[in-house]
Design a protein around this ligand. Structure first.
Ligand SMILES: Nc1ncnc2c1ncn2[C@@H]1O[C@H](COP(=O)(O)OP(=O)(O)OP(=O)(O)O)[C@@H](O)[C@H]1O
Length: 304
């Protein structure tokens, strides 16, 4: 478990984090979202012990990263936003070197390295030098390396950046299996659809302050419900009928009734004598919409 406790950080006179407090529980994936410059990477760097907070602390399974750095960092793996492996060394040799640091023999480490690199989709590239890896390959390699020590806590900073569809799939599977093993995972990303599908809870950060912490279930309740219908024809009469339930938006023969808070079967009974309904389902607005509601900016003007 990770506990970020009243962390404040300033760079020069600029306050980047202010009294930041939240927890990353065991057996859960915690999504960490915010606009560019909100403070996610700084939080992760503090939690990993690379930089110190001005005040506050981070506890890793109860050990302070400030006062008991060795014990805290042994229990933690961190994949940084920009893994730097500009090394004139083969991937497998570097893996063996790092694994040696954690007490594995060369033969054990080599066997584990070959397996792990295959798992992250780097089979056939084990002997390529790291300096010749692409950004996506470096990220995959960083994911494999972070598993060597098998710690309880994980910090993944924008690890989806630069990953292709296969790499994203690997990360999804990895995060799900770590969660199953009861690990605590903090995962930042701008790909909010991925956060929504992976995370159990989401921490929202804005201008260095935690503005909201919500479970995915709470996010779904908070989100605006819409009824989506696919019908044989869309005419004014249909839209008239639907507008009694919410705001109808048309896209071909599909109509989305926004802010729908009624019983879908009522719509069915009102329409079924005049229209063929091919499909009817409830949809909830995305985490993205919830995010912009929470921080109070318009998603057309700000890119997340
Ligand atoms: N070493 C540093 N010196 C000065 N300012 C810094 C330093 N590191 C970060 N900052 C500033 O702190 C703020 C938070 O940066 P941080 O990288 O934590 O944001 P982020 O939420 O990870 O953003 P992004 O989504 O763009 O990666 C930014 O304004 C950034 O310019």
């Amino acid at each position: 478990m990770l506990e970020i406790q009243h962390v404040t950080k300033t760079f020069g006179r600029f306050k980047v984090l202010e009294d930041e407090t939240f927890s990353v529980p065991d057996g859960e994936i915690t999504g960490f979202v915010g606009l560019n410059g909100a403070g996610k990477t700084t939080t992760m760097r503090i939690a990993s012990g690379v930089i110190f907070p001005n005040s506050g602390d981070v506890l890793v399974d109860g050990y302070s990263i400030v006062k008991d750095k060795k014990k805290a960092s042994e229990r933690l793996a961190w994949v940084p936003e920009l893994p730097i492996f500009e090394l004139d060394v083969k991937a497998i040799d570097y893996f063996v070197y790092i694994a040696g640091y954690y007490g594995y023999s060369t033969s054990e480490a080599r066997k584990m390295g070959m397996e792990m690199l295959e798992k992250v989709g780097l089979k056939g590239f084990e002997k390529r030098k790291l300096e010749n890896y692409s950004q996506g390959m470096k990220r995959r390699f960083a994911l494999a390396v972070c598993l060597i020590s098998n710690p309880k806590n994980y910090l993944f900073d924008e690890v989806l950046n630069g990953l292709d569809a296969q790499g994203i799939m690997y990360f999804r599977n990895l995060a799900a299996s770590l969660k199953k093993e009861g690990k605590a995972i903090l995962f930042s990303s701008h790909i909010l659809s991925e956060v929504e599908s992976l995370a159990d809870r989401v921490v929202f950060i804005h201008k260095g302050k935690i503005v909201k912490i919500m479970t995915i279930d709470e996010i779904r309740k908070f989100a605006t419900p819409s009824l989506v219908l696919r019908v044989d024809k869309v005419d004014n009469k249909l839209l008239d009928k639907l507008s009694k339930f919410g705001e109808p938006l048309v896209n071909g023969n599909q109509v989305m009734v926004r802010d729908f808070k009624d019983d879908p079967s009522k719509v069915n009974s009102i329409l079924s004598s005049e229209y063929k309904i091919y499909e009817m389902k409830m949809e909830y607005s995305s985490l993205e919409e919830v995010f912009f509601k929470i921080i109070g900016v318009n998603n057309e003007t700000v890119h997340i």
